[in-house]
Design a protein around this ligand. Structure first.
Ligand SMILES: C[S@@+](CC[C@H](N)C(=O)[O-])C[C@H]1O[C@@H](n2cnc3c(N)ncnc32)[C@H](O)[C@@H]1O
Length: 489
């Protein structure tokens, strides 16, 4: 491994993405670490890297100390007593100590014996119950990249799903807080709905800890393909609502949006954030259980080799028209199946010389796919969508920014769909259009919070089915006792 590759591997294993200064400032403000009240209060950054938070913390402390008339010697003693850090990587740890020393020196404070340890924060318990503030950007390391898997799995927040190290940092951070302490972290917004985050989400709400959420939405402060959120938890909190903020692109800052009650944002174990009216609607959509069977929503074909099966094939035997759900474009698809969706034998198909030739030219790519049925290499990679070819359906795309991006394409029996979803229903095109081209549908998709690059949002077949079932029952007045109670709450 080259030196550069080794450095990248260490960076990945330690989940190292550094926080920009403006976010550090916003987070310390959100936590309440500002002004003269910070004097004599303990603060910990437990995965401090090269000291993004600690540098600003030291700056704020030195300013507050000077303004309150503290001597340089008293300020040095305070920095040693009240500012704490942990970092597992020796090189980053050394950079951090250098960085905070440089900030203190700007304020004439020298020779600080910092309480910044080079250690695995998961194994450190000496700060438990003592911190007024815990802040930071904990490491994002998925379970399959963790070197210390068993050390992580012993934590209560790490029991379900494919856990991530940052979730465990919530548990150790909360343990470090004293009875009135406040924690503020920035981390992936997957914590809103991942299986791995379920125990943490429940704990934050049932213990009334969650006080502020800032959803950075499509803004990605780190050069990683992850969307992020800032969450503040306070052990002093007694309310069952939180302050909700969003990243505001024109100002490049966080903007307060609204106060949201826990029971509006916490729906069936996941967190949803939007305006209160959209959240009520989302809750009704997700909770309603209307009579099923009017709609079905499924994924289109997955050939796993579109260049072989779809496009300008040069022959027409065994082909069907196919709609690309993401664009509505129609092309030709080689469909090596009978009317019941059973694969046709290779020998039968290749009696046609052009088809034989086509297979021979692409055999390598076809065999290299990760196939659902490894022995049948000459058909689609997955069987999804195949049995519905001879039904009437509507293709629909899954990436939208608003209703203007929705592509709903009617498909006659005999037409295939790929590159998105399709809806099976007896309802008319006009009825479907009324349901989907409404502001309600885009608001619902946005509130699901599944961000994609370019300002887009996505949704799954299940999400769409829930919406259609809800809209259908709303139009037809279905309401069982439980749902009516829910609608009134
Ligand atoms: C996402 S970076 C954040 C660094 C810094 N807090 C910032 O915001 O710029 C996470 C840091 O956690 C460190 N780290 C990873 N695992 C750790 C552990 N078990 N204990 C302490 N630090 C750890 C990494 O080396 C990395 O510097």
């Amino acid at each position: 491994m080259t030196e550069k590759a080794a450095a990248i591997a260490v960076k990945k294993a330690n989940g190292r993405y550094y926080t920009p200064a403006w976010i550090v400032g916003e987070m310390l403000d959100m936590a309440g670490y500002a002004g003269p009240s910070i004097l004599g209060r303990h603060i910990m950054e437990n995965s401090c890297g090269d000291g993004a938070f600690l540098a600003e913390i030291v700056r704020r402390y030195c300013v507050a100390a000077a303004e309150s008339g503290k001597s340089k010697a008293a300020c040095r003693a305070d920095l040693q007593e009240f500012i704490h850090g942990l970092e597992i990587d020796a090189a980053e740890h050394a950079k951090c100590v250098g960085s905070v020393s440089a900030v203190a020196a700007e304020y004439g404070v020298f020779g600080v014996d910092w309480d910044i340890g080079c250690a695995d924060a998961l194994a450190v318990t000496k700060y438990n119950g003592k911190m007024d503030f815990v802040v930071g950007n904990p490491p994002y390391v998925r379970v399959h990249n963790l070197s210390n898997y068993s050390g992580v799995k012993r934590f209560g927040f790490a029991q379900s799903g494919m856990t991530d190290l940052f979730i465990v940092f919530y548990e150790i951070g909360l343990a470090m807080l004293n009875e009135g302490g406040t924690l503020c972290y920035i981390n992936p917004s997957s914590i809103f709905n991942s299986v791995a985050g379920a125990a943490a989400r429940r704990h934050f709400v049932t213990e009334r800890l969650l006080t502020k959420v800032a959803d950075l939405k499509h803004y990605q402060p780190f050069k990683a393909t992850t969307y992020t959120t800032i969450m503040t938890l306070s052990k002093r909190n007694r309310k069952d609502e939180l302050e909700y903020y969003e990243y505001n692109a024109p100002t490049g800052r966080l903007a307060f949006m609204s106060n949201i009650r826990y029971d509006s944002a916490y729906i069936d174990g996941s967190y949803y954030f939007a305006d209160n009216a959209s959240l009520s609607e989302v809750k009704r959509i997700l909770r309603r259980n209307p009579p099923r069977g009017v709609f079905d929503v499924k994924n289109g074909f997955a050939t796993l080799c579109d260049s072989f099966f779809i496009g300008d094939l040069g022959f027409s035997d065994y082909t069907i028209p196919i709609v690309k759900a993401s664009t509505g474009r129609v092309s030709a698809c080689f469909f090596p199946y009978d009317k019941d969706g059973r694969p046709l034998p290779y020998e039968a198909l290749t009696k046609k010389p052009q088809i034989k030739n086509h297979y021979e030219r692409h055999a390598g790519a076809l065999r290299a796919r990760s196939l659902e049925s490894p022995d049948v290499w000459h058909v689609f990679g997955r069987s999804q969508g195949i049995k519905d070819v001879y039904k009437h359906k509507y293709a629909i795309n899954t990436l939208i920014r608003g209703k203007g991006d929705i592509k709903l394409t009617p498909c006659d029996p005999g037409v295939g769909v790929y590159g998105g979803l399709y809806i099976l229903t007896e309802e008319s095109y006009d009825v479907l259009k009324q349901m989907l081209f409404s502001p309600g549908f885009s608001a619902y998709v946005k509130a699901l919070g599944k961000y994609k690059s370019g300002g887009y949002y996505t949704f799954s077949s299940k999400d769409l089915l829930k919406y259609l079932d809800y809209k259908h029952s709303e139009r037809n007045g279905y309401c069982n006792e439980q749902q009516c109670i829910l609608d009134r709450t």
